[in-house]
Design a protein around this ligand. Structure first.
Ligand SMILES: [Zn+2]
Length: 450
């Protein structure tokens, strides 16, 4: 019986050994085949440069990458996670993609200028032809709700495609009794620096935060945050604010037009200027989703409006705001970007001189630059853009904050929205009152709720 068992065991072991050898041979063969077809992947992984640029090469071969005889050869996909100090030029160099290709991509990016603000955490995904190593496309993932894809077009240059996913916006309440400054209390409640800045900007004509707000005053903020597949994208929006200062209540509620209004429907923002300069200047090129570019001769969007003007003409901010960019782009030239509250932004391109610094606050009508002819330009002019909620709109026809009230026919809808937001603000307050004694030593009470 033992002998039969021993012989059976030997046979089984020998079968197992053969099977293991076969599996090992298949794995080795596959790996060698793959390595033979993807030598550059290994080169990238091994030539990670020292210093400021750090590569995180994630290799994503196509689904049929092993059987290359049966299917067309897969493309090479490389992903780079941006870290501090990275430059596009260094990243392209690291992947052995020529600087002329980088310039072609920057040319496509001129209309959106998304690559000028790459920052740590953004992902760049390169798709290269396996054989020729030609760049077929590059994707910039800004956050899960926004990415830009630069794709090689038939004529060899690149087109861009901006993809935004609306996702789910979830509302939450942040409130606190003010202890010390409004700024510190707002941050303590979970509001970001930018959100706090947006709130103080909203009430700038009504409250001097440093002087008027005292300990014991309180605020309530309804914030909505964007989620995609349950993951926070980093995008948020202030829907409503109430500030209780002594016996007065200051309020601001966001309406569909991107403006904030008080409880009676009066606009909180100061009126915008339509034009970023004094006097009349001829429009030489209008805002257009498809325009024949005067230099590249390609049909591409023109996300702004061009005004002919001699170099050196003073350029004025169209609204109160904060300087978010002062850049020099090979095609957009010297340019300035301003953020006006949380929904409006403006850009001024091809300048000869910029007169502001990043982070600086500017007033409506303030001189921010002198016009010029820098970058890719056919002559002295200003290219002016207006963005609403991150998308360019026609600055000559868009609805801009006019300092007016919610139109009469919309008041019923506006009041309904305000009623919903106020109910959200008030309902958790009652719950807070019950556990107020449990608040921390600073007396700060924080509530977050959907
Ligand atoms: Zn233009």
């Amino acid at each position: 019986m033992d002998l039969i068992c021993a012989s059976y065991r030997r046979k089984r072991q020998s079968k197992r050994l053969t099977l293991l050898l076969c599996v090992f041979a298949i794995v080795l063969l596959s790996w060698l085949t793959w390595k033979a077809f993807c030598p550059s992947v290994f080169a990238v992984a091994n030539t990670e440069p020292s210093g400021v640029v750090r590569a995180e090469a994630l290799i994503t071969p196509g689904p049929d990458h092993i059987d290359t005889r049966a299917t067309s050869e897969p493309n090479l996909v490389l992903t780079w996670k941006i870290t501090k100090g990275d430059t596009l030029s260094a990243i392209f160099k690291n992947y052995e993609i020529s600087q002329s290709v980088l310039y072609q991509i920057l040319s496509a990016d001129e209309q959106i200028l998304a690559l000028d603000v790459i920052s740590p955490g953004h992902l760049l995904t390169f798709t290269l032809d396996q054989k020729t190593r030609d760049l077929l496309s590059m994707e910039l993932l800004i956050h899960p709700g926004k990415r830009v894809i630069y794709k090689r077009a038939d004529n060899g240059s690149f087109d861009y495609d901006e993809i935004t996913i609306p996702g789910e916006w979830e509302k939450e309440l942040l409130n606190a009794d003010i202890v010390g400054s409004f700024y510190a209390s707002a941050q303590g409640s979970g509001l970001t620096e930018q959100e706090t800045g947006n709130i103080t900007a909203l009430f700038r004509d009504h409250i001097q935060f440093a002087r008027d707000i005292r300990s014991g005053d309180r605020f309530e903020v309804i914030r909505s945050r964007q989620f995609i597949d349950g993951k926070f994208t980093g995008q948020s929006c202030i829907e409503g604010v109430r500030i209780f200062r002594g016996k007065r209540i200051y309020s601001a509620f966001l309406w569909d037009d991107g403006n904030y209004y008080d409880l009676e429907g009066k606009n909180l923002a100061r009126a915008f200027r339509r034009y970023p300069m004094a006097g009349y200047h001829k429009v030489t090129s209008h805002f257009s989703p498809a325009r024949l570019h005067p230099i590249t001769r390609r049909i591409e969007p023109h996300n702004g409006v061009d005004f002919a003007m001699p170099s050196g003409t003073p350029i004025l901010s169209t609204g109160d705001g904060v300087v978010t960019r002062v850049c020099n782009h090979p095609f957009a030239g010297k340019y300035v970007e301003l953020q006006h509250g949380s929904h409006f932004a403006t850009r001024y391109l091809h300048l000869s001189r910029t007169l502001v610094k990043r982070g600086q606050t500017v007033k409506r009508g303030e001189r921010i630059a002198l016009s010029g002819n820098t970058g890719r330009s056919t002559g002295p002019h200003l290219h002016f853009e207006l963005h609403v909620n991150g998308s360019p709109v026609n600055p000559l026809t868009a609805k801009i904050p006019m300092g007016s009230a919610v139109p009469g026919e919309k008041l019923v809808d506006f009041n309904r929205r305000v009623g919903e937001l106020v109910a959200m603000m008030e309902e958790p307050s009652r719950k807070i009152a019950l556990h107020r004694e449990d608040s921390d030593s600073s007396g700060r009470v924080i509530s977050k709720s959907l």
